[in-house]
Design a protein around this ligand. Structure first.
Ligand SMILES: C[S@@+](CC[C@H](N)C(=O)[O-])C[C@H]1O[C@@H](n2cnc3c(N)ncnc32)[C@H](O)[C@@H]1O
Length: 254
């Protein structure tokens, strides 16, 4: 693949991701998009539940399979290594687009907060969650996570190094600030419908399982004892103190 074409592919994939991520904020919060999680004409509950569960399953499968090192090795037999991450990002965005397009509303309320102060507090908390996600990507390496760095370095005839092991800043408080951000963003809502609850429950279950069973296994395989020590010292998702030696011993070593 010519370098300029790879660069173009990487930039387009990133722009598609930016558009879908921005839409996702509106989709979940119900603000500023033509079709949100409770929007549209509601049909019978069971078919809606099945379709939505299938869409969530598609997103989880895409994320779980395509992020695994073994799948990446297989994929790079067909796709150049420097565009592998852009391909992942593009597929993740397309899975999200499918969710926005085919999601069926299940609008019956589970809780509804009308008190203005609490209403805006929940929206503000949700905004903090989305911000946490964004900040987390920059702490790890925004451009590398979304494939831009790989295509840019390739265009300049260089090879991208692997992501450094990060334990600073928010990563001193929890091992997965980005995922914590998603959890806050998905649960902090003044209007929790049945559909939103399904979304929040399924994504929470997926995040906990995928982090524990997939991502952290890969991180241990990559960073060995340093990551195991980090696991012992820093909580996974909730920033609660651990009865262990101070985090500084890991964080300072980075
Ligand atoms: C979408 S990011 C999510 C990171 C993390 N799970 C979080 O919630 O903040 C996924 C990528 O981050 C990498 N990653 C996770 N924790 C990391 C850390 N502490 N340092 C560097 N990379 C990390 C994973 O290997 C994976 O490639």
């Amino acid at each position: 693949m010519p370098r300029v074409l790879a660069l173009f592919y990487g930039v387009v994939s990133y722009l598609v991701f930016l558009a879908t991520f921005t839409y996702a904020i509106g989709f979940v919060t119900g603000l500023g998009v033509p079709k949100h999680i409770d929007g549209g004409l509601a049909g019978p509950l069971l078919p809606a539940l099945l379709v939505n569960a299938a869409l969530l399953g598609l997103f989880a499968a895409q994320h779980s399979v395509m992020a695994r090192p073994a799948f990446k090795r297989w994929l790079t037999r067909f796709v150049p290594e420097h565009v592998e991450r852009s391909t992942y990002v593009l597929c993740a965005s397309l899975a999200l687009v499918a969710m926005f397009a085919w999601w069926r509303p299940m609008p019956s309320p589970v809780w509804q907060v009308e008190t203005p102060a609490l209403y805006w507090m929940l929206h503000a908390l949700s905004a903090c969650g989305w911000l946490l996600v964004l900040v987390g990507t920059f702490l790890i390496s925004h451009c590398e996570l979304f494939g831009l760095r790989q295509v840019w370095l390739h265009a300049r005839g260089k090879t991208a190094a692997h992501l450094p092991f990060v334990t600073r800043s928010l990563y001193r408080l929890v091992r997965h600030p980005l995922m914590l951000g998603f959890l806050i963003a998905f649960w902090a809502t003044p209007h929790m419908s049945q559909g939103h609850l399904l979304f929040a429950l399924a994504t929470t279950g997926y995040i906990v399982l995928a982090v524990k069973l997939l991502e952290e296994r890969d991180l241990v395989a990559m960073h060995g004892e340093a990551y195991r020590r980090y696991q012992r010292e820093v909580p996974m998702l909730l920033p609660l103190p651990k009865r262990r030696e101070p985090v500084g011993s890991v964080a300072r070593s980075r």
